[in-house]
Design a protein around this ligand. Structure first.
Ligand code: ZN
Length: 271
């Protein structure tokens, strides 16, 4: 699993819905520290709009990705990097990440209800070791800036391995054997291809994910359990949970199960 997905406690079936980079980031200072911060949005806020708005208030941000939890709640992971001296010297802080944490807290003042949850402070040294451990060519990685190391982690979230990203770095192309609109930059190539949905990973087996869960809110929505229920009864359950009768009355059982299992397609207002 990609390092950034593993760094946070995402519930099963959370989905990444978008990814971005900040092309106007500062160059490396030599003493850079990084912060990946998970921010959860209030209900009904659009992660696309909110992540764009929030990042416009984050001077050190280099990119990130946003998505939704299985219940539809939006979230974003924001990647920042700044010189340690910006905190230790300029602000006389004891934590080299102070400027990055402070930026998030300031930006959150513009979105009442949004909350900063988990964070990961990955050192550039660790990122280099991680990339090499993931199969990337050590000579190529040695040339990467801290921003590029973080973009490598974003590329990994798009189902492209760090070995492939490193292999295409010097040529500026992630997909030399594939017909594509080349962006001339290995990272931009990956992100552009991801938005076309050509890089989707394999779909999780819902029975496998929820099969053994006995006492959770999602238990009643597993395919395994829904399969055993007659179609008419499924319609009644869907209506009891807020679906409009006219929307589900004529839906085939297979589609109905899919709608009921997929938190994204539950009716608005359903917890
Ligand atoms: Zn290309």
């Amino acid at each position: 699993m990609p390092l950034l997905f593993n760094s946070f406690d995402f519930p099963a079936l959370s989905r990444m819905t978008g990814i971005w980079t900040n092309s106007t980031h500062d160059p490396d200072a030599g003493d850079d520290v990084t912060l990946a911060q998970l921010v959860v949005l209030p209900p009904d806020q659009d992660p696309v709009v909110e992540s764009d708005f929030m990042c416009s208030h984050l001077p050190f941000h280099v990119g990130g990705f946003h998505g939704v939890f299985p219940d539809g709640q939006g979230w974003m992971v924001v990647l920042q990097k700044a010189p340690a001296s910006a905190s230790l010297v300029q602000m006389a802080a004891s934590d080299p990440h102070w400027a990055l944490v402070d930026s998030i807290q300031r930006a959150l003042r513009f979105n009442y209800g949004a909350k900063a949850l988990d964070f990961a402070d990955l050192t550039p040294d660790f990122l280099v070791r991680y990339c090499i451990g993931a199969g990337a060519d050590a000579d190529v990685i040695a040339d990467w800036t801290v921003t590029e190391l973080l973009w490598g982690l974003l590329a990994e979230c798009c189902n492209v391995s760090l070995a492939e990203v490193a292999a295409g770095y010097q040529e500026g192309c992630a997909f030399p054997d594939r017909d594509h609109e080349c962006q001339g930059n290995v990272f931009r190539d990956v992100f552009a291809m991801w938005t076309t949905r050509a890089l989707s990973g394999h779909e999780p087996d819902l029975d496998e994910v929820y099969g053994d869960v006995d006492d959770s809110e999602f238990e009643r929505w597993t395919r395994k359990k829904l399969k055993k229920i007659k179609r008419g009864e499924l319609v009644r359950m869907a209506v009891a949970d807020g679906w409009d009768w006219s929307d589900v009355a004529d839906v085939p059982k297979e589609l109905l199960m899919r709608l009921m299992v997929d938190g994204q397609t539950r009716p608005p207002g359903t917890p």
